[in-house]
Each structure stands twice: as structure tokens, then as C-alpha cells.
Unconditional design. Sequence first.
Length: 198
Amino acid sequence: MKFKLLNGYRILYMPDHPSAFKGSGYKGYVYEHIYFIEKELGRQLLPGEEIHHLDMNRLNNRLENLIVISKSQHTKLHVFLRRCGFDKKLSNEHRMNSEKTNPVCENCGLTLQYKQERFCSIECKCCYESERNKRPTLDHVYELSKTMSKEAIGRMYGVTGKAVAKWLAKYHTGMSTLSQADGTPSEGAETSGEVQSS
């Protein structure tokens, strides 16, 4: 799923969603907080309704942080918060730890809800795990390592550079085992230089 930021809010690309933007700039995108609220309510927001982020963090789209209020109430609430100085204080604090306070699905990137820890749905978990289980062959990793860094290869397969280093170690171990079995020296192996008599 494609994500962008617009005016400090997360927007996601869902061209078929009824609340998706129709204009040319962000055509097909919808605000993530609107997507979650409308999904929870089972209907579109009414023309006079708006969504307020309780903690003033525009990136925190957990349902427990969102309330639907009328446009006039929303305006009054923000005027009050601005007068008291709460709006800037709260939003600055939350922007600084947005990654901790706003966990997202490891597969699709949607904001996690309620007790979700890593994935937003069983489908995302299954998809993520099936992708992780599609490990490349050791020969393929070795070929890639000739032109790419371990970290770059890791990003391709959703693992760390250390994991790739372990794969390469297995590759070299496997090669040395094969060479010992057929009696040929492995690549880089030293020979004594002595000629054995037959």
C-alpha cells in the first residue's frame, strides 16, 4: 500500500474508496484517519462531521485516539487548545516519538489498532511470513554478493545484513565440504605444494 504525508497527516492510495481525493494532485489518496473511522462506523462521514486526534498527533490514527465531532465543535476545541498552549506542546512531543507511539503493520504499513502488535490482519501476517519463507538459494545469494552489499541483499529479502553474512558462510561451508568430498581444493584453500608419490 502506498503512503504519503499531506499536511502532517498520513494518506494512503485507495483509488476505489468513496472518500478518495478527486483532484489531480493526490488523486486516489484518502486520509488514513478517515479510512479507519468510516470503516469503524460502516458509513461515510456526513458533510458537517470532522475527526479530531485526541492527543493532537496527526500521525496517531489508532481508533482510540480519534473522535467524530461537528465542524463547529472541532473549531471551538482547537481555539481553546491554542489559547491554553496545549496544541503545540502535545503535537511537538508526539512528533518526536512518532515511531514509538504510532506502530504500523510490518506488511502493509497501516497504523496498528487496539492490541495489534506487528500486523493489522491475519492476511498481512500470512503474506509477510510467506514472503520471508521465500529464501533465495545460496548460489543466488553468492552471485548477488559479487555486485551488492550484504545490507542491500538483506533489504531485498526482508532480513538484516548479518543474516545474509550467515547465508554466505553456509555457502562457503557447503563449497568446502563438496571440494573435500571430491578431492579438489576449495577456492582460496592453501596447498602444501608437495608432490605426493604414487
